[in-house]
Design a protein around this ligand. Structure first.
Ligand code: ISL
Length: 572
């Protein structure tokens, strides 16, 4: 394959690294136990020190907090829990002063059931906003509330039916997530215009883009008379799979192109648009991220974070590293010439990467965290660092169900136990897979609540913070934090890291993940050992042995031997 020449002006985000702040768990500034914007403002030095380019802020809008802010009741304000609009403006200015950008979370597949739009929609069957949401009568011949009378058999992402009965009107409304998160009807042009106006309002305030929550679910496959169709039955559940009707529905590209025309046009050079897209395929992602189509810059895909699910995420099985390699490899190849990848291990919806893909035992925690980081940051695409990932934060030791806070976990537990599952088994799965693993407070120092709050944290701090915290790592050159800083620096300094092509090596090897990145005659060879065994690198990849070490996660030793969880970036 010929080396790729450097394109004239690659978009700025090809060299950028994004840092996700989940504000509730980042830093509390007023002692109420919940993180807030004041806290984010206090910790900007941490981000600057790490060297990231963009802060993606999970929702801070007014919200009943049924899903920690992913249930929005006012799109153009800040919840007092998190601070004020003035502080948001302050954050934009403070980030811009430091050369960083702010990307807001855009949650427009659904609103909160407390949003005025929904209250109005619900108020009567002939409300002018009735059609802003998905209202449907019971199944023909059935009474409202009768078991099985739901308009379709769809299973919610958060357990149970996607339909909630409104007693007053005898009709059901659709919610792909919790019942307190009704889906907006994007078929209605007024809904779309209201969303675009809101987005323009945020851009006018100076924000630099949007991370679009479940944006590939906005178009539903609806027939000419409003029909929605049952999905294939889900094994072991009294529901069907809604995917065929809601994932990348018939008008999704049209809607995103319209959004681009109405909101983004003229600003595309400076903004970042990332679409979160559960269930998206490589082929679809190429369409969404083809710059010529003007939809989004990159998507969050889910393939690699579902490889350890057997059907449901709460029925996990051990991950085969080969499957992980194959999946990443497919995405790298699939978006090589058209489109762009987002790269992530962690976010607020996933268990902690070092516990899931690495080895969080004392022996290998630091090495596996730095190995995973090297692997991710050296791929082609834009890396995302989730708060605490740069510190090697691990899953938390949850006890009983009372320790969990997340609506997805709590709904799942209630439903599973109601259907006869063994509570201890359900808990074991939650301890491994619950989103709360990612939501324990950031560990700033070794003080009682890790420096997160002076009050009582809304969710307990992981007791390992005495050892694993930012203060301990910031000036330690061998820390997970320092390693992330080096990786981010490498992307900024080396065009080959940002733009080079990708070739997978040793595709069938169970533990050694190796690839090259090439650009303009320069070749980097990246070798990572995703396990606890030693591998004969000299035999597997002889060219690695004499190569110059650009960056490694373990001290230099025998170049012909790859130690457990060792990662090397080599210039060949
Ligand atoms: O968390 C998940 C894994 O079970 C997903 O189903 C997740 O809900 C999905 O990726 C969509 O996530 C986004 O939208 C949700 C919200 O709860 C998540 O926090 C958000 O990232 C609904 O707004």
């Amino acid at each position: 394959m010929p080396d790729k020449p450097i394109p004239a002006e690659p978009p700025w985000w090809t060299r950028a690294v994004v840092y996700q702040v989940y504000p509730r768990s980042f830093q509390d500034s007023d002692g109420d136990g919940v993180g807030d914007l004041g806290g984010v403002l206090q910790r900007l030095d941490h981000l600057a020190d790490l060297g990231v380019d963009v802060l993606w802020l999970s929702p801070v809008y007014p919200s009943p907090q049924a899903d920690n802010g992913y249930d929005i009741s006012d799109y153009t304000d800040v919840d007092p829990l998190f601070g004020s609009l003035e502080q948001l403006d302050e954050l934009v200015a403070a980030l811009h002063d430091r050369g960083m950008k702010l990307v807001m979370d855009l949650v427009v597949n659904h609103t909160s059931d407390r949003h005025p739009w929904f209250l109005e929609s619900r108020s009567s069957t002939d409300s002018p906003k009735r059609d802003w949401y998905w209202w449907r009568p019971p199944r023909v011949g059935m009474a409202p509330g009768e078991p099985g009378a739901e308009p379709t058999n769809w299973h919610s992402f958060f357990s149970g039916s996607t339909w909630e009965l409104d007693e007053a009107s005898g009709e059901y409304f659709l919610h792909l997530f919790d019942r307190r998160q009704p889906d907006l009807n994007w078929e209605n042009p007024e809904v779309r215009q209201a969303v675009y106006a809101m987005m323009r309002w945020w851009l006018d305030r100076g924000v630099d883009g949007f991370r679009m929550d479940v944006i590939n679910l906005i178009s539903k496959d609806v027939g000419p008379d409003g029909e929605l169709h049952d999905g294939p039955p889900l094994p072991g559940l009294p529901y069907g799979d809604a995917s065929a009707s809601v994932v990348c529905g018939p008008r999704v590209h049209e809607f995103l192109q319209e959004m681009h025309r109405e909101v983004v046009a003229g600003h595309e050079a400076t903004l970042l648009l990332v679409g979160e897209m559960p269930g998206v395929t490589v082929e679809q992602a190429r369409l969404f991220t083809d710059p010529a189509r003007r939809e989004v810059d990159m998507v969050f895909q889910f393939e690699h974070v579902q490889l350890d699910h057997s059907g449901s995420k709460f029925d996990p099985h051990p991950l085969r590293m080969r499957d992980l390699k194959a999946s990443f490899g497919r995405w790298q190849t699939g978006l090589a010439d058209v489109g762009w990848n987002s790269l992530y291990w962690d976010n607020h919806d996933q268990p902690r990467a070092v516990s899931r893909f690495g080895d969080d035992s004392p022996r290998y925690r630091r090495d596996s965290a730095t190995c995973l980081a090297t692997l991710l940051h050296l791929h082609r695409g834009t890396p995302y660092v989730y708060q605490g990932e740069e510190l090697g934060m691990a899953n938390a030791p949850f006890g009983s169900i009372d320790g969990f806070r997340d609506v997805e976990s709590l709904n799942h537990y209630a439903q599973a136990v109601a259907h006869g599952a063994d509570p201890e088994e359900v808990l074991a799965a939650l301890r491994r897979m619950s989103r709360d693993n990612a939501r324990t407070p950031v560990q700033w120092n070794d003080s009682p609540h890790a420096g997160f709050t002076t009050g009582t944290p809304w969710i307990p701090v992981n007791p390992d913070h005495g050892e694993w915290n930012a203060a301990a790592q910031r000036n330690d050159p061998s820390s997970v934090f320092a390693h992330h800083r080096r990786l981010i620096g490498l992307r900024h300094e080396q065009p080959v890291v940002a733009l080079g092509d990708f070739t997978m090596l040793l595709p069938d090897h169970e533990e050694v993940y190796a690839f090259t990145r090439r650009l303009d005659g320069e070749t980097l060879l990246v070798v990572c050992n995703l396990g606890g065994s030693i591998h004969p690198l000299g035999e597997l990849l002889p060219e690695a042995v004499g190569a110059e070490l650009v960056l490694g996660n373990l001290g230099e030793e025998d170049p012909a031997v790859l130690r457990p969880w060792e990662a090397r970036v080599l210039r060949v």
